[in-house]
Each structure stands twice: as C-alpha cells, then as structure tokens.
Design a protein around this ligand. Structure first.
Ligand code: ADP
Ligand code: MG
Length: 262
C-alpha cells in the first residue's frame, strides 16, 4: 500500500447519486468526506437515503453516478474480489437486528467474522474471545443468541464487527431494537472503539442520540441538508450530579467516576 493511500480519508463521496428502478432517486448528488478517527451520525427520517448511503460506504453497493473512495481506493477501480477483500479487511458492520447466526455460539459467531483470513479455527476463536471480552460479554462465550438479551446480542455483533480490527465501523440503527439503557451502553461502546482509533459512523433517526455525536450529517429526500460539527461530542451531564454545571468548567467534579459501560 503506498503512502498516499495510507494517509487517505476514511471515505470520500463526490457527487454521488443512486437511482432505483421506477425513477427513485435514493441519493441525489451527495458529497462529503469522513476523516480517519471521526465519530459521526447520519440522521434523517425513514426513506431519506441513510441505508443507501451506508451500503455505499460499506462497498455493498455502487453509485449510479459520482465517485466513492474508501480508504483511498476508488471503488470503481476495484473488481469484485478487490472490493470483497477491502470490505472484509477495512469495514465492520453493525445492524439493528444483530444478524447473528441463530444456532451458533457467541464465540463462533465472532470467529466466523475471520473466515476470510483463512486463519485456523483455534486462532480465530482466540481472537473472538478477546473481542468478546473487550465488548463486555466475555462471560457469554458459549451462549447462543436466544440465550442472550438484546443488549448482549448487539455486543456480540459488535465483537464480530471488530474482530478483524477494521478501520471503519458502520452501524445502521444499532440501538433501534434495544431498550434505552442497553442502547446507551451500545453507543458508549461505539464511542470507546472510536476513542481507540476506529472511524465510526452511526445511522440513526434518534435525534437525542445524534445530538450527542461530534458530527451529524442530516439527510432528507436523498440530499444532505446539514453537516454539523459541534462541541456537543461529550455525553450529557450526569443527571445525578446536583445543580447546574458551574461556569469555569469543573464539569467532571462530582461525576463519581461514572462509566456507562459496566
Ligand atoms: P432510510 O435508510 O433512510 O430509511 P433507504 O436508503 O433505505 O432510506 O431508502 C431511500 C429511498 O430509496 C426510499 O425511497 C426507498 O423506498 C428507496 N429504496 C431503497 N432500496 C430500494 C430498492 N432496493 N429498490 C427500490 N427502491 C429502494
Ligand atoms: Mg434504513
């Protein structure tokens, strides 16, 4: 890999449109760039084009026109094998409905995320175990999905997404099937993965969630209507802390070392 590609943005879209049969313009000349290490939300109402955008970022789809660059590679220049190899190595997906194999243990659901490497099963399981411990379900290695709560299933799915150490994590409504407490813990986990270096894109129609992210790309009818960055990238003040946050910034005082991820 040459230096230019190694330093390239995580993703860059230029004048991207995606048309579906019946003259549906799911995306209409969309352009933006995602730098390495960013944490951002793609927000918008149902049908606005969010999943279409995520599929392009994840190289599961190609644009009808315009260019998509992922990690410096223009996907139009890659053949199917090249796209599959880049996707397997560089991208981890997290879905609303988890997409775990039903009759397979958590350990092997995650180990299967490394099938593309050709690594022996024993090594894949070692890596899977490490990933499951990292996301907080190291005590559920041999459980099958039906023996896990929604929040635990999503942690297993995140472990599978990160087991190959991808630079880009794409999460499509990752909290959509969870109660609010498990949803918040999943967002906190995604934040931690971002703090550890991954670029993380969270698709959501949850405005409260989106407002906690340092950048939000707002989509409507296939177009970007806003691309906002703010200092609101920190979690809301702990509701247990007393009174307003004092001016002068002792923000963390009284926070009691609280971490959402148990
Ligand atoms: P969102 O994820 O924001 O709900 P989508 O990206 O799934 O939106 O869809 C954007 C638009 O494209 C919608 O009008 C949807 O009906 C349409 N669409 C999505 N996938 C297809 C498809 N495979 N064939 C035809 N239309 C599609
Ligand atoms: Mg969608």
């Amino acid at each position: 890999m040459n230096g230019a590609v190694a330093q390239a943005p995580a993703a860059e879209l230029v004048e991207v449109s995606r048309l579906y049969p019946g003259d549906v313009r799911a995306l209409d000349e969309v352009g933006f760039r995602i730098d390495r290490g960013e944490l951002l939300g793609i927000v918008g109402p149902s049908g606005s084009g969010k999943s279409t955008l995520l599929n392009l970022l994840g190289m599961l789809d190609v644009p009808s026109s315009g260019s998509v660059r992922i990690a410096g590679y223009d996907i139009a220049d890659l053949d199917d094998d090249g796209t599959s190899a880049l996707r397997a190595r560089a991208v981890g997906f997290v879905f609303q409905q988890f997409h775990l194999a039903l009759n397979v243990t958590a350990l092997d659901n995650v180990a299967d995320g490394l099938l593309y490497t050709g690594m022996p099963l024993r090594h894949r399981r070692e890596r899977a175990r490490t990933a499951l411990v990292r996301v907080g379900v190291g005590d559920r290695l041999h459980h099958r999905p039906h023996q896990l709560s929604g929040g635990q299933k999503q942690r297993v799915a995140i472990a599978r997404a990160i087991v190959g150490d991808p630079s880009l994590i794409l999460a499509d409504e990752p909290t959509g099937a969870l109660d609010s407490a498990s949803g918040e813990a999943v967002v906190e986990l995604l934040r931690e993965l971002n703090a550890a270096g991954a670029t993380v894109v969270i698709i959501t129609h949850d405005m409260e969630l989106a407002d906690q992210l340092p950048r939000r790309i707002r989509v409507r009818d296939g177009r970007i209507v806003a691309d906002e960055r703010s200092a609101r990238g920190s979690p809301p003040a702990d509701p247990r802390s007393e009174g307003p946050v004092p001016a002068g910034g002792a923000r963390d005082a009284g926070n009691g070392g609280h971490h959402a991820l148990g």
